[in-house]
Design a protein around this ligand. Structure first.
Ligand SMILES: NC(=O)c1ccc[n+]([C@@H]2O[C@H](COP(=O)([O-])OP(=O)(O)OC[C@H]3O[C@@H](n4cnc5c(N)ncnc54)[C@H](OP(=O)(O)O)[C@@H]3O)[C@@H](O)[C@H]2O)c1
Length: 165
């Protein structure tokens, strides 16, 4: 049986790879959320506890896997939510359910843990450098740009870029 593709999806600044500030996102990019929803719906999404808290609820139509050393303490249970205490368990649970594409949706700590094993990156590269306290890891190991769609007329300007190794 084919292994599911492991994909990372993130919105980052072009130069510093900024991701977030004070446990919030840095931008509200028009079109980015619908795109995120279209790509991830029906699939398994994996995230760190901080990102889960920042979102505030399990995202519908997806199996949400949350990683935390302290397990599900303080996280209300939900039918589409699984809390695990390690990266390995997150992947194990994800692979039981997902046969096509597993999405790693953040944040900084979790991206860092998955960057070396991910197959694909869906990046929203934003040409703006706001103050940030969480950053995306170096991704120069991803050599193949599969797709690029510029939105340079937007404020801030950005590009959707898909990379593979
Ligand atoms: N721009 C984007 O696309 C994007 C996407 C997502 C998030 N963000 C932003 O990123 C920021 C959050 O990122 P973050 O780095 O602070 O947090 P995070 O990666 O979302 O979560 C970190 C937490 O996950 C748990 N964790 C991480 N590695 C673990 C491991 N190996 N084993 C067990 N548990 C582990 C720990 O939870 P415990 O402390 O409970 O053990 C850790 O504190 C926010 O600002 C958010 O808005 C941006």
């Amino acid at each position: 049986m084919n292994k599911p593709v492991i994909s990372i999806i993130a919105a980052i600044s072009e130069k510093k790879r900024a991701l977030g500030f004070k446990n919030n996102l840095l931008w509200k990019i028009e079109g980015d959320l619908p795109r995120f929803k279209a790509l991830t719906s029906g699939h398994v999404i994996i995230m760190g506890r901080n990102t889960y808290i920042s979102i505030g609820r399990p995202l519908p139509n997806r199996t949400n896997i949350v990683i935390s050393h302290i397990g599900d303490e303080g996280i209300a249970s939900a039918e589409n939510l699984i809390v695990v205490d390690s990266i390995e368990k997150a992947l194990e649970e994800a692979k039981k359910i997902e046969k096509e594409e597993i999405f790693i949706i953040g944040g900084g700590m979790i991206y860092k843990s998955f960057i070396d094993i991910a197959d694909r990156l869906y990046l929203t590269v934003v040409y703006d450098e706001p103050e940030a306290d969480v950053f995306f890891p170096d991704y120069s190991q991803f050599k193949k740009e599969i797709q690029k769609e510029d939105h340079l007329e937007s404020n801030p300007p950005f590009s959707y870029v898909i990379f593979e190794r």
